[in-house]
Ligand binder design. Structure first.
Ligand code: ZN
Length: 205
């Protein structure tokens, strides 16, 4: 069974196809979140179709990791820094579009679990994994088990305020962790320190 995974970020999305532990294909494209929710759905659908075509549409699992969480109560996305996804039934809409079942999980939880089981945290009782991307996510693993929490936001520390007088955040508060530890945050702090902006451009093919 092939495994297909999509990392759906705020700036870019990247898909990979695995045959066991072996990587077969990888493709990275812009998310183009300015195009809105339907546009992002279609871009994910197109990327999945392109990857599936590379394995002649043979059976495969499909998992999507993305910032934010699906509310256990409503099934709607929440807490995504791709704000047009919030309040939307992302999983149900993608399943309808792709006509298959998929898994949608928080990207930092996916990362933290992978590191806890197979990477830097292997064998450790407690692992806290942090993603620096468009935003700043986190995931907590205890003895190899992901802690999700009742609201599905365990480990999400991006909007904890470190400084009430700090930079204003899109969430309405000031000095959030994410205003320092994120791509945009690092750019803004760099500009403050050196007087000019330096943009990090991820390699997108
Ligand atoms: Zn915030």
């Amino acid at each position: 069974m092939f495994r297909m995974g999509i990392d759906l970020g705020g700036t870019k999305m990247e898909g990979v196809v695995l045959d066991g532990p072996k990587e077969l294909f990888r493709k990275r494209v812009h998310t183009e979140q300015e195009g809105g929710y339907r546009h992002i759905l279609n871009r994910v659908g197109a990327l999945c179709g392109e990857l599936a075509a590379r394995i002649d549409h043979r059976p495969h699992t499909l998992g999507i990791g993305t910032p934010g969480a699906i509310s256990p109560r409503t099934g709607l996305m929440k807490n995504s820094n791709t704000v047009c996804l919030n309040g939307q039934p992302l999983k149900a809409d993608l399943e309808a579009l792709l006509r298959r079942s998929i898994e949608v999980r928080n990207d930092a939880n996916c990362f933290a679990l992978a590191e806890a089981l197979h990477g830097a945290g292997a064998g450790k009782a407690m692992v806290f994994g942090v993603i620096l991307g468009t935003g700043c996510g986190g995931g907590i693993i205890h003895h190899g088990r992901l802690i999700v929490g009742r609201q599905a936001i365990a480990g999400e520390w991006g909007h904890m305020s470190m400084d009430p007088e700090g930079p204003s955040c899109y969430c309405g508060r000031r000095g959030c962790v994410e205003t320092y530890i994120s791509g945009a945050g690092a750019e803004a702090r760099y500009a403050e320190m050196f007087g000019y902006r330096k943009t990090f451009n991820p390699d997108i093919s």
